[in-house]
Design a protein around this ligand. Structure first.
Ligand code: UD1
Length: 378
């Protein structure tokens, strides 16, 4: 059976890689879990391994934080010799973090099949580091597993070959379904003095929202206004914590440490409203049927708006507050996209193993040749 390296590096990777690993191992593949070390704090890392039942990484690259260039370079430098040593048949990368891009680049240059889970998502905001990561990772990948039809449409429009594109569904929702009962048994509401349906949950960590003190101050002001109607709980990401130390918080906004996976699902499931700039939380709230306001100007997950409970509200504080007040009175109806059904990991494993048994015609080298010889691969 093939040897498959599965890569995880940062918090939002852990819940995406687990169902793919499980499905591959259930089919007899040898899976090597490689952790790049992009996230390393106990609250950003260890608790997710414990909550998700994810085994300790087989290899840890220990790359840590740094500028985008530093972080990318460290992962490239550490992952390249590991690929040489392990000689895997495929490398699976998930999501859109810096580790995703760096490991895809190493594998593609080593001639190893690359599978990208969560392919095809596009915010069309090139100032987002994640958008650069998404586009380049897809370009390096042999197999593109889209979570939703919009991802498939984007990949087709960019000229990818039909053999590469697979509508797989959403692995994050596999993990949500697998853990929901355990999450609902959490005592996190009690610990924070909250009642089901009696609070709003907020997260903020995008550089565009938290790195500029004026922008962060405006968003915190909006949360403080919402908190006049009901308490707002804000688990604080390390990037945001560094900025909050500089002050600016008012109102009944309760700062709490970053939550583990089970506690955070419990907090979402019982919230009356979620306000966030995260990607994955737009998806989890849709699946849970909880109203979500996305505090960004674009989303790479438009299906959560057209077929879910998400509203792209932007970053104007007055508009955020007005929309929150409206949604508290008139919440969007619960809906969930097709194939967000708990079985995306199985579909991915089936396609990947079939691909490795009979390699597809379109590998990165073919794609490069096609681009060099014409304009787009057909
Ligand atoms: C990264 C991802 C983002 C994802 C987010 C989830 C990229 C480009 N961004 O952003 O898509 O939504 O993770 O958290 O990959 N830090 C710690 N402890 C840690 C990790 C980081 O204190 O365990 C601090 C460091 O000061 C670091 C900063 O947080 O410089 C930012 O970490 P980094 O991994 O660069 O980006 P995130 O903002 O976490």
């Amino acid at each position: 059976m093939p040897r498959i390296v599965c890569v995880a590096g940062a918090r939002p990777n852990f819940m995406k890689v687990k169902p793919v690993m499980d499905a591959l191992e259930a089919r007899g593949a040898e899976v090597v879990l490689v952790h790049t070390g992009q996230h390393y704090d106990a609250a950003m890392n260890d608790i997710f391994f414990a909550d998700l039942g994810l085994r300790a990484p087989d290899r840890h690259l220990g790359t840590g934080s740094g500028s985008h260039g530093e972080q990318t370079a460290r992962v490239l430098t550490a992952f390249e010799p590991l690929v040489d040593e392990l000689a895997p048949h495929a490398v699976v990368v998930v999501g859109d973090v810096t580790s995703t891009l760096a490991c895809a680049l190493v594998a593609a240059k080593a001639g190893v099949s690359v599978a990208h889970v969560e392919a095809g998502l596009r915010s069309r905001d090139w100032s987002m580091p994640e958008e650069v990561n998404r586009v380049v990772t897809d370009r390096l990948s042999d197999l593109l597993f889209a979570p939703s039809p919009d991802g498939v449409d984007n990949l087709r429009a960019e000229g990818y070959h039909e053999d590469q594109i697979h509508l797989a569904g959403n692995v994050m929702i596999d993990t949500l379904f697998a853990n929901l009962d355990r999450a609902l048994a959490s005592d996190v509401l009690h610990r924070h003095g909250l009642t089901p349906g009696g609070y709003a949950l907020a997260t903020l960590h995008r550089p565009a929202n938290v790195d500029d003190s004026g922008m962060l101050g405006g968003l915190l002001g909006a949360l403080a206004e919402v908190a006049r109607a009901l308490p707002v709980v804000l688990p604080v990401h390390p990037r945001t914590a560094a900025r909050l130390e500089q002050g600016g918080l008012t109102g009944d906004v309760r700062l709490v440490p970053p939550a583990g996976y089970l506690d955070f699902i419990a907090l979402q499931a019982s919230a009356r409203l979620v306000l966030t700039d995260s990607g994955g939380i737009q998806e989890e709230t849709t699946s849970l049927g909880v109203p979500c306001l996305t505090l960004r100007d674009s989303t790479e997950r438009p299906i959560t708006i057209t077929e879910g409970t998400n509203i792209l509200v932007g970053r104007d504080p007055e508009h955020i507050v007005a929309t929150a007040r409206r949604v508290l009175v008139d919440p969007p109806a619960k809906r969930s996209p097709a194939l967000w059904d708990g079985h995306a990991g199985d579909r991915i494993a089936d396609v990947l193993l079939a691909h490795l048994a009979a390699p597809s015609r379109m590998c990165p080298t073919d794609l490069r040749d096609a681009v060099a010889g014409s304009t787009t691969p057909a």
